[in-house]
Design a binder for this molecule. Structure first.
Ligand SMILES: Nc1ncnc2c1ncn2[C@@H]1O[C@H](COP(=O)(O)OP(=O)(O)OP(=O)(O)O)[C@@H](O)[C@H]1O
Ligand SMILES: [Mg+2]
Length: 291
């Protein structure tokens, strides 16, 4: 991520702000949040709210029955987390959470309240958030994923929003080279170009793709190249399943296949270390098309 955003992220955490990382799928939200947690060296807790079906159990606790003890309450890890001074609490995939989770978190995240209500029915039994506790949430906002619920405005207002930028193709190539220094640069360049062009296409006025290839997928492809897979093989496994086959030759899958194919051809030409005139022209056209 950009240095300024990282600085702002660290500063917001140190100043005890609630932070929300936003951006499309696979752009590094969770990675950035986890990197922050590591950098801070404070007690940390992780909750994946997108994966929980029972928000009350995850955030508050469960009521159990025991023959000897009768009914008793066992509090959740979240209750322990918010009572830990200076804890950094990661609320991953908040945008996929059940709306009941958002309701429960409303008072917890409000700087004027900072308490968790254990029993909403009785209106009694609250637990205060300890000194210095920082919350970091992640959310897929404004993307194509339907399982992402639209976050409540009041909940959003409780956070400092840090939007993750989607990497440019130069930045993405830099990342892939950094992660996989042993993989041929031209191959990595092809990966970043393919991803970039899908993103450009998806943001066009009349897009032929509903979404672009994520950085997560680029990294996966580079990992396959490292393990000896060819570019067409890696694409077949990682990219094609993400695009629908509906519509035959007009389908999104056909479109990405053709895109990948262009880079496969290009790397063959590279082996002969010569472009012919036609291909240079073709590349120029592609550039015009892309920007
Ligand atoms: N900006 C980035 N810098 C470095 N690596 C990245 C970046 N974006 C994605 N990656 C790679 O992709 C993987 C997935 O990223 P991450 O889990 O942070 O995405 P996310 O934004 O949380 O996605 P989701 O919305 O699906 O939860 C990371 O482990 C990392 O390898
Ligand atoms: Mg994530």
């Amino acid at each position: 991520m950009k240095e300024l955003k990282w600085k702002y992220l660290v500063r917001s955490a140190v100043r005890g702000k609630n932070i929300m990382m936003t951006g499309p799928a696979g752009c590094g939200k969770t990675l950035a949040a986890k990197s922050l947690v590591n950098a801070l060296e404070r007690p940390d807790f992780y909750f994946n709210l997108g994966a929980t079906q029972d928000p009350r159990a995850t955030l508050i606790g469960n009521v159990h029955f025991d023959k000897g003890k009768g009914t008793y309450f066992s509090e959740s890890l979240f209750v322990k987390a918010i009572q830990t001074p200076n804890a950094v609490i990661l609320l991953d995939e908040l945008s996929r959470a059940h709306p009941e989770a958002w309701n429960i978190l409303m008072t917890v995240l409000d700087s004027g309240q900072r308490y968790l209500r254990l029993d909403e029915q009785d209106g009694q039994g609250t637990i205060n958030v300890a000194e210095g506790v920082t919350f970091i949430a992640t959310a897929n906002i404004g993307n194509e994923y339907t399982s992402t619920r639209v976050l409540d405005k009041a909940l959003m207002d409780r956070f400092t929003i840090i939007e993750m930028d989607v990497l440019s193709n130069e930045e993405e190539l830099g990342l892939l080279q950094y992660m996989f220094p042993n993989v041929d640069t031209e191959l990595l360049d092809a990966v970043s170009q393919i991803s970039h062009q899908t993103r450009v296409e998806a943001s066009n006025e009349n897009p032929r793709l509903t979404s672009g290839v994520s950085t997560r997928t680029s990294v996966e492809i580079a990992g396959l190249l490292f393990d000896g897979f060819s570019l067409p093989e890696a694409s077949e496994i990682t990219i094609y399943p993400q695009y629908s086959n509906d519509g035959g030759i007009d389908s999104e899958r056909t479109f990405v296949k053709q895109l990948v194919q262009r880079f496969v051809k290009d790397s063959r030409t590279d082996d002969e270390s010569m472009f012919n005139e036609d291909e240079i022209e073709q590349n120029d056209l592609d550039d015009d098309y892309a920007f």
